[in-house]
Design a protein around this ligand. Structure first.
Ligand SMILES: [Zn+2]
Length: 413
């Protein structure tokens, strides 16, 4: 058949996404499917049943990653692969992650019903716990698969109730037996919602990111002196929260001070004992710095560090700085990135090139195999919230770009 005219079934993709969104559905229209929860299990079970319907061979590895292999005509060739994650944030949206799993599923259904067998096999993957909101850090299972994180360490991550990730994986029946380690893959694509406002603002439908920004996480701990607020004069206080407030302003000012190409955010703060009539004696907050330039991000923290030390000293609040996590900038494979862009244009969708601010499983894949991503617009740029929304026709467009990118790679030697 004429492969150029092949298109996925947009209505079926919509229906599939709507079926999935019923699992862990929240009253305000989002989903809550935390990693290794009962909802995660139900979503996995449904995915596996759908894969088996179209004669895919399903494999589960020791980290719970699910692989569905649609056999090509030459099994000796490394496959092409595409996937993302079915887990969500607490009160998350209906598109983040799951579009990147239902998209390739729709691609495989399209190939199956048209009897198209490319030379290389096409593998769909669902990566366990991309979000990192129940068990930190994020993207943990793709990290183990890529050989960048240790399996036992990943098993030992605990949630706020002290439950271990490895035990929870076992409980839901998804601690598989296949080794969690990279196998040769010819090309990897991840379809994802943008989670930002750029595509919509520019009237674009397909985004071809040249790579993912570097990501640096820090944890700041401040120690103050608790006391009754009434009798304690303002002079000589060691108020950890006031010190933190000054530091947060410095973080917000950092990108402008460094000359842009960067975002810096304090998104999480804990104040102790958190009582209105006690001077705070402990504060813990996080800093997230992202840039297209790793050295620029490091230089930014080098600039911030002495400012924080000075503030801590002035308030008499000893400071401890933890460097929690660093992911280097990841330029995607040049050929695949160009293919995404060219395919978007060829199919008639407004398409643009740019960079991605969010981390994705593709960041780890990109370290071990040729990888690229395909982005579609987020309405209002909103994500990780229940009102997260993407137009159905844009989901369809993204899946069509994925179809043709995968087909081209799957048919090349
Ligand atoms: Zn995601």
């Amino acid at each position: 058949m004429d492969l150029d005219s092949l298109r996925i079934n947009g209505a079926r993709l919509q229906h599939t996404l709507e079926e999935m969104a019923k699992i862990g559905a929240t009253p305000a229209g989002g989903v809550q499917r935390l990693a290794c929860s009962d909802e995660d299990k139900r979503a996995r079970d449904l995915l596996v049943s759908w894969l088996r319907e179209i004669d895919c061979e399903v494999t589960i590895d020791t980290m719970g990653n699910i692989f569905g292999r649609y056999a090509g005509t030459d099994p000796s060739l490394p496959p092409v692969m595409s996937g993302s994650h079915v887990d969500s944030q607490p009160k998350g949206g209906r598109f983040d992650g799951i579009l990147g799993v239902m998209g390739p599923l729709e691609v495989l259904r399209t190939l199956h019903e048209n009897g198209v067998r490319p030379k290389r096999s096409v593998v769909l993957v669902d990566w366990t716990n991309e979000e990192g909101s129940r068990f930190a850090p994020a993207m943990v299972a793709s990290g183990v698969w890529a050989g960048k994180l240790d399996l036992q360490w990943a098993y030992d991550r605990t949630d706020i109730h002290g439950k271990k990730q490895g035990d929870e994986l076992e409980r839901i029946g998804y601690k598989g037996s296949a080794p969690c380690e990279a196998f040769p893959v010819h090309a990897y694509y991840e379809l994802h919602i943008e989670q930002g406002p750029m595509l919509e603002a520019k009237g674009m439908i397909i985004g071809a990111p040249k790579g993912v920004l570097c990501l640096h996480w820090y944890d700041i701990h401040l120690e103050g002196t608790a006391n009754q607020v009434g009798p304690t004069p303002m002079e000589g206080r060691n108020d950890a929260l006031v010190a933190a407030a000054e530091m947060i302003i410095k973080v917000d000012q950092l990108p402008a001070a460094m000359g842009g190409n960067m975002v810096a955010t304090v998104g999480e703060i804990h104040n102790y004992p958190n009582s209105r009539n006690i001077i705070p004696d402990g504060v813990h907050f996080t800093i997230d710095i992202r840039s297209w330039d790793d050295d620029h991000a490091l230089a930014a923290f080098d600039k911030l560090r002495p400012q924080m030390l000075e503030i801590a000293q002035r308030h008499g609040t000893p400071i401890r700085i933890e460097e929690t996590w660093k992911v280097v900038k990841a330029p995607f494979d040049q050929d695949l990135f160009e293919r995404v862009y060219a395919t978007g244009v060829k199919l008639g969708y407004p398409t643009m090139k740019w960079v991605s601010g969010a981390g994705h499983d593709a960041s780890y894949m990109n370290q071990v195999m040729p990888s690229a991503m395909i982005f579609v617009p987020s309405i209002g740029g909103r994500s990780h919230v229940e009102v997260e929304e993407t137009r159905w026709e844009d989901c369809e467009a993204g899946a069509n770009v994925l179809l043709h990118c995968l087909l081209e790679n799957a048919n090349e030697i």
